[in-house]
Design a binder for this molecule. Structure first.
Ligand SMILES: Cc1cc2nc3c(=O)[nH]c(=O)nc-3n(C[C@H](O)[C@H](O)[C@H](O)COP(=O)(O)OP(=O)(O)OC[C@H]3O[C@@H](n4cnc5c(N)ncnc54)[C@H](O)[C@@H]3O)c2cc1C
Length: 406
């Protein structure tokens, strides 16, 4: 790490504090108007904040207990794609309500037969006058039932090589012929959906970029990722961290069993390695470099670390830990259950999840699947970081993980 955090009287801090004094409980609209939802964006949406300025804003908002609107796919994926390749009309129509959280977005990429090998997708979009007629199915669509729009990739030209015949659409979720079936996961939560398209007519003006450019767009949108340091939580940056678990153990009188002590020490070391790697990633950003190896290994290590934290927490709860809703006692959690009707809140990956242990334990197997599976991450590290030969099936899609690997 070769940087210092700005001091307490840094003018950028004072500016945020002055704004917070005028807006002690800012609405999403006020946050957006101030450019604090995506400070790294150009005006009128952001304030062109460099990485350190972004961190200062994050820190001040966090200290004041202010959360950004919960719209992870909208803010993290849809908006950068629309900024990059959208028309002026699309920018004017969609960006503002994404940043204020008024219009929640979902991601319609994965299909029953196209996950890691995403370029194999079979959902078809056929041009018919001023519309595209879409048929097929998407799956694992997180919070699709709450979304007003989805980013959809579909095959517009089956005669092109598989990466090239794909286009990128803005898909309203209330179109006739589009149905969403809930999938309740192992945590008993309804977050996932399967989406069926039965002659769904999407206006051609909802195409983003050129027809056939969808694969490139699906890959490049995360390049504009916000710099962040607040990701010690073991559920993709949210939820309880290894430190929270260690604190619980300390408060319960410590651990006598040497094996348990060793495992706790192991968790501490993993968390520390991840923290230092986050700082290295930040150093790279501050130096104007796109983090390479650091970013690739971060996800692979953090996903497994999350599983380790949750497994040990559950084990430490003993036989009581086998019960539904159980987990270590303490402020960090009572019941892990999310209700179907809970309202999203805050700028977390899991907008409506109380950061609790029981839920985290049941969710944790998903950590090494979503956003690029464990094995696909390993392939990327092998090829890009270690320079090993490419996967024998080099044509396989890797959008999820590649987008993050940059
Ligand atoms: C919590 C969560 C949220 C998600 N949200 C969304 C969403 O909102 N929208 C959306 O579109 N999708 C979403 N997904 C889907 C996610 O992107 C896919 O699960 C992921 O891409 C893997 O695809 P798959 O499930 O089809 O598994 P597969 O690709 O079928 O993989 C099955 C197994 O084969 C292994 N494997 C696959 N390819 C290779 C290879 N080349 N080398 C070695 N091993 C390989 C994998 O590691 C895995 O163990 C979500 C998934 C999760 C877990």
């Amino acid at each position: 790490m070769d940087f210092d955090f700005p001091p307490d009287d840094d003018p950028r801090r004072l500016a945020v504090r002055a704004w917070l004094a005028d807006h002690p409980e800012p609405t999403a609209r006020q946050l957006h108007d101030a450019g604090y939802v995506v400070p790294h964006w150009p005006a009128p949406w952001g304030i062109d904040a460099d990485p350190m300025h972004q961190l200062v804003i994050d820190e001040e908002l966090r200290t004041a207990g202010v959360r950004r609107p919960a719209n992870a796919i909208g803010i993290g994926w849809a908006a950068p794609t629309i900024l990059l390749a959208g028309t002026d009309e699309q920018k004017a129509r969609y960006l503002d309500p994404i940043f204020t959280g008024e219009e929640f977005w979902c991601q319609m990429f994965s299909e029953p037969d196209a996950g890691s090998d995403l370029a194999n997708l079979g959902t078809r979009a056929v041009r018919d006058g001023d519309e595209y007629v879409v048929n097929g199915s998407k799956i694992w669509t997180s919070y699709g039932h709450r979304a007003k729009f989805g980013i959809l990739i579909a095959r517009t030209d089956p005669d092109q090589p598989k990466h090239m015949g794909i286009s990128y659409f803005i898909c309203p979720t209330d179109l006739p012929g589009l149905t969403m079936t809930p999938i309740v996961d192992a945590t008993t939560t309804h977050a996932f959906n399967q989406v069926f398209f039965d002659d769904v007519r999407i206006p051609a003006e909802n195409l983003v970029g050129e027809e056939g450019d969808g694969w490139r767009l699906a890959r490049v949108t995360l390049a504009n990722e916000r710099v962040s340091l607040s990701s010690a939580g073991s559920l993709w940056g949210d939820g309880p961290s290894a430190d929270d678990l260690l604190e619980l153990v300390r408060r319960s009188g410590g651990a006598d069993d040497p094996v348990v002590r060793q495992r706790l020490a192991g968790l501490f070391c993993e968390a520390e390695v991840l923290r230092l790697n986050r700082l290295r990633t930040l150093s790279a950003r501050l130096a104007g470099r796109t983090p390479g190896a650091e970013a690739s290994i971060q996800k692979a290590m953090a996903d497994e670390h999350g599983q380790h934290v949750m497994e040990l927490a559950k084990e430490l709860a003993g036989t009581a830990g086998m019960l539904d809703g159980s987990g270590p006692p303490g402020e960090v959690g009572e019941s892990g259950r999310r209700g179907l009707d809970d309202e999203p809140e805050g700028d977390r990956q899991f907008p409506d999840v109380a950061p609790v242990w029981h839920y985290g334990f049941l969710f944790s197997p998903a950590l090494t699947l979503g956003g690029g599976t464990f094995a696909v991450q390993r392939n990327i590290i092998a090829e890009r970081v270690l320079g090993l030969p490419r996967d024998h099936d080099a044509d396989r899609g890797r959008t999820w993980a590649e987008a993050r690997a940059g």
